[in-house]
Design a protein around this ligand. Structure first.
Ligand SMILES: O=P(O)(O)O[C@H]1O[C@H](CO)[C@@H](O)[C@H]1O
Ligand code: HPA
Length: 277
């Protein structure tokens, strides 16, 4: 069955009845190998994605597909553990379902994390990139067709897709959490094969800093929903041709696990600051 705006709106209505009745201000999405918890907050509820999204959900290694609901200073924070990717066969609308649902549930700020490859040799694995912009090279857009007509604007401006104030705050807090951190541009490709060395050189020449197979559809949909967006790329590996050994998803997951302590610290600080704002 086709996934329609009506189906998502109906699911949001049902979820609102199931979720604790706290004002929800923030959603956080965990990328590949990134396990997120909020040590100083209370987890009030956890739902499997098949209970959350009105389309068939199939998993991917490195993602535990659940939505958890946390209470932080009397406010609700949604944590999406795992995302949908075009290369898994999901449509652009399904990939964009996470920010759209978050928006329908009342979220105003959308923080996404992802695992990404470094397009430049100076960016070491383990470091963090606060996204300042992106290149959508996936040949898809979640606003095509009826989803684009679902709400205004039909032609959303993407000049400040990644919120400048959130970027500043994230840079400061990431340093405090112990990350080597810089701003950069996310090159979003389709995957699931990793890039060739020639593609990596091209992406760097196009202005990319890191490369990954997610994020851009979500960010377009989030901006269409009027959400403020913060994008954080954990550099899990050097991209092909810069790396001295073959790329693997296992290496990506390992790098996520290694950075977990710092990521949890950063996300805890960010959520505390943002719910209070
Ligand atoms: O972007 P996330 O979902 O973190 O995952 C990244 O890691 C996977 C490749 O190892 C791809 O899915 C890529 O996009
Ligand atoms: O090198 C990469 N390329 C594409 N996606 C990725 N996700 C993690 N690392 C990579």
């Amino acid at each position: 069955m086709e996934f329609t705006p009506r189906a998502l709106e109906e699911r949001a209505r049902v979820l609102k009845e199931q979720l604790p009745s706290l004002p929800v201000s923030l959603a956080v999405v965990a990328g590949s190998g990134i396990e997120l918890v909020l040590p100083e907050a209370r987890k009030l509820l956890e739902l499997a994605y098949h209970q959350v999204f009105p389309f068939p959900v199939h998993g991917l290694i490195g993602h535990t597909p659940t939505l958890s609901f946390w209470e932080v200073q009397g406010r609700g924070v949604l944590m999406f553990h795992g995302r949908f990717h075009l290369y898994q066969g999901y449509s652009a609308a399904e990939v964009a379902a996470i920010p759209r649902l978050a928006g329908l549930l009342g979220v105003s700020t959308y923080i996404l994390t992802n695992a990404a490859g470094a397009l430049v040799p100076t960016l070491e694995p383990g470091s963090l990139v606060v996204l300042a912009d992106h290149l959508n090279l996936q040949g898809a857009n979640p606003l095509v067709g009826e989803w684009g007509r679902w709400r205004e604007p039909v032609f959303p401006d993407m000049t400040h897709a990644y919120d400048p104030d959130l970027r500043k705050l994230a840079l400061e807090l990431a340093r405090q959490a112990g990350f080597a951190v810089q701003e950069g541009v996310y090159a979003g490709v389709l995957g699931p094969s990793y890039e060739t060395p020639a593609e990596v050189r091209m992406l760097a020449q196009l202005g990319g800093t890191v490369v990954g197979m997610s994020t851009v559809q979500e960010v377009i949909a989030a901006r269409h929903m009027g959400l403020r967006v913060l994008g954080l790329s954990l550099v899990t590996n050097y991209a092909a041709g810069i790396a001295t050994r073959p790329l693997s998803h296992e290496e990506v997951l390992e790098a996520g696990a290694k950075a977990q302590g710092k990521l949890v610290k950063l996300l805890s600080e960010l959520t505390t600051k943002l719910v209070a704002a």
